[in-house]
Design a protein around this ligand. Structure first.
Ligand code: GTP
Length: 237
């Protein structure tokens, strides 16, 4: 078996990715294939924590008439829906999974407790972090960066609809060029739309590398977790 490069990973799954080809909601086939891949990387002995976005259900920033904080709280609730769907798919595959929410909703899931999350990981459980950071004005990418720093993850696997970081939006510009590797400072200086500046700075300051890759291709999550060259690698320091 291939020796994994990383011992502990944070997998960030964008909400949009969960919608698959649909505009809205959860595509069960997508959830199932993500769960299959998480199972595979767990079986390689890699500790897996997951941060899910909520954009397939609600996008706060697309609601300019709404108070930003309220819109962001609605987005955090959307991530909980996605987290429960992923937990269900993982448990159907006999993967022990714990959901922890940054906003307490004890009837549904555990509250986020760092030491407890670490303990779950040590016991081989997949931990899904939901409700972002629990604060409005912060993205779920920032939640991924924060949780990765807290649980001492080796890398963030940033699963997106696009297959890496480009010098301009590949959805709009057919001549956009993909980077194989980058430094955080380049993302900030060039305003590359891979992560917002808060998340980028947090990763840079804590020297956490990220791998940005496309989720649409089966096998990519495993390749990224094993440290194969896919997508774009953003150096930690
Ligand atoms: P160990 O203590 O390591 O055995 O972990 P554990 O998660 O199995 O222990 P615990 O008895 O705390 O949890 C049992 C089940 O209850 C797990 O599925 C937890 O996710 C769930 N659970 C624990 N705390 C809460 C909570 O505050 N709210 C909800 N809804 N579930 C919880």
């Amino acid at each position: 078996m291939q020796e994994p490069k990383y011992k502990r990973v944070v997998l960030k799954i964008s909400g949009e990715a969960l919608a698959g080809e649909k505009e809205f909601g959860i595509d069960q086939d997508v959830i199932n294939s993500i769960a299959d891949e998480i199972k595979e990387i767990r079986e390689c002995g890699i500790d897996v924590a997951v941060v899910v976005g909520g954009g397939n259900i609600w996008r706060g920033r697309n609601s300019p008439q709404m108070d930003r904080a309220t819109a962001d709280y609605m987005g955090m609730l959307a991530t909980v829906i996605n987290a429960l769907a992923l937990q269900d798919a993982l448990e159907k595959r006999n993967i022990e999974t714990r959901v922890q929410t940054a906003i307490e909703m004890k009837e549904i899931a555990e509250p986020y407790i760092r030491r407890r999350a670490m303990r779950h990981l040590e016991k081989g459980r997949v931990v899904i972090f939901a409700a972002g950071t629990g604060n409005p004005f912060f993205s779920t990418d920032t939640a991924a960066a924060l949780r990765a720093a807290e649980i001492e993850a080796d890398v963030i696997l940033l699963a997106k609809k696009v297959d890496g970081v480009y010098d301009s939006d590949p959805m709009k510009n057919p001549n956009a060029q993909k980077f194989d590797s980058l430094e955080y400072i380049d993302i900030l200086n060039r305003g590359l739309g891979v992560m917002d500046s808060t998340a980028t700075s947090l990763c840079m300051d804590n020297k956490i590398p990220i791998i940005v890759f496309g989720i649409n291709k089966a096998g990519n999550i495993k390749k990224a977790a094993l440290g194969e060259n896919i997508g774009t690698f953003v150096k930690g320091g």
